[in-house]
Design a protein around this ligand. Structure first.
Ligand SMILES: NC(=O)c1ccc[n+]([C@@H]2O[C@H](COP(=O)([O-])OP(=O)(O)OC[C@H]3O[C@@H](n4cnc5c(N)ncnc54)[C@H](O)[C@@H]3O)[C@@H](O)[C@H]2O)c1
Length: 308
């Protein structure tokens, strides 16, 4: 049913899983990846048979590449994703201008637009995170994502007939995240420590709660978002917060090890004690229901060969 779908950030972690799933669900569709490979890796696209455009979305001449092609759907995931990059100009310029460039080009074209926002927009607000609560970005990466949400709301007010859906991804983990290094999930980082024979190190006392969500659920949610009846911003998580101690327990299980975590002092003054996606609107409007628990997600990750 899709003729031509564009995935920005398609060489990255979530983007590559999305592209490969789209290729398998819609083998007849033309798929185009746009990525400048600043953090993504070509190895994530092994087996991909579509087109790849290596370009920076913030400055890319959309007309040059897309002029004359009818594009049904854009998944926009291309973004600086290293939250410890505190260069304010780079984060805001590259992330916001990429989205503005896409919105400007696709305005009035009936192309559906789905983009990745982030739970980071909630900042240090703790507990159940609801989409309509006031954003409190704690770093410039999160601030840039708040701007994507603001731009999208402005765009849909001016173009009420065009569907634009933002998804606030929570802590995603799963295959094809290895290239992210220190920005990869704690599940991968702790598994790597344990595989090297090191005691897993987590912040005292490992009971902080996070909404960890398996990438296959995030891909399903993202594909469902493309069929939304109306524009909106939605949470995309597991809906079930879990602790860092739970991760170590589950990794011990799949790695067949028996580590006790080493608890270290938390150097961060503003560290979220609890994130949890309120999925009520996502379930109601997008029909998204996560399939994986932390246990089954880690099982599937281990079975994929990407974790160990
Ligand atoms: N992984 C998570 O837990 C998580 C959580 C919240 C939000 N997100 C969002 O989901 C999206 C995907 O994240 P990811 O985890 O796959 O990260 P990633 O770093 O693996 O993927 C991002 C991709 O975008 C590309 N890119 C960055 N800036 C670009 C630009 N200006 N032009 C073209 N390509 C560019 C990178 O090269 C990379 O391939 C991002 O928008 C991210 O902010 C991810």
């Amino acid at each position: 049913m899709y003729k031509h779908v564009v995935v920005t950030g398609g060489a990255g972690f979530v983007g590559s899983n999305l592209v490969l799933e789209m290729a398998s669900r819609y083998p007849e569709a033309q798929l185009t990846v746009v990525d400048d490979f600043r953090s993504g890796n070509f190895k994530n696209l092994e087996g991909f048979k579509g087109d790849v455009i290596a370009a920076d979305l913030a400055t890319m001449d959309m007309k040059h590449y897309f002029g004359g092609s009818k594009i049904d759907l854009v998944f926009h995931l291309g973004s600086i994703t290293d939250t410890t990059d505190h260069n304010q100009f780079r984060q805001v310029h590259d992330n916001v201008e990429s989205w503005r460039n896409l919105l400007n080009y696709f305005e009035g074209r009936k192309t559906r637009l789905v983009y990745a926002s982030s739970a980071a927009t909630y900042g240090i607000a703790s507990g159940l995170n609801k989409v309509d609560q006031e954003p409190k970005p704690a770093n410039v990466y999160a601030f840039s994502k708040v701007q994507l949400d603001n731009l999208s709301r402005q765009f849909t007010r001016q173009n009420p007939e065009q569907v634009v859906v933002g998804l606030r991804y929570f802590n995603v983990y799963g295959p094809r995240e290895g290239h992210k290094g220190a920005a990869s999930s704690m599940i991968l980082q702790l598994a790597q420590q344990m595989r090297r024979g090191q005691t897993p190190r987590i912040f005292r006392h490992g009971e902080q709660l996070r909404d960890f969500v398996y990438v296959k659920d995030i891909v399903s949610c993202t594909i469902l978002a493309a069929r939304a009846r109306a524009s909106g911003i939605f949470n995309a998580g597991s809906g079930v917060p879990r602790t860092f101690n739970d991760i170590v327990t589950n990794l011990n299980r799949v790695l067949n090890t028996g580590y006790q975590p080493e608890y270290i002092d938390n150097p961060h003054a503003h560290y979220q004690p609890h994130t949890e996606a309120d999925l009520s609107q996502t379930t109601l409007k997008l029909r998204y229901k996560p399939k994986y628990t932390l246990e089954t997600g880690i099982d599937d990750y281990a079975a994929s060969g990407f974790l160990v």
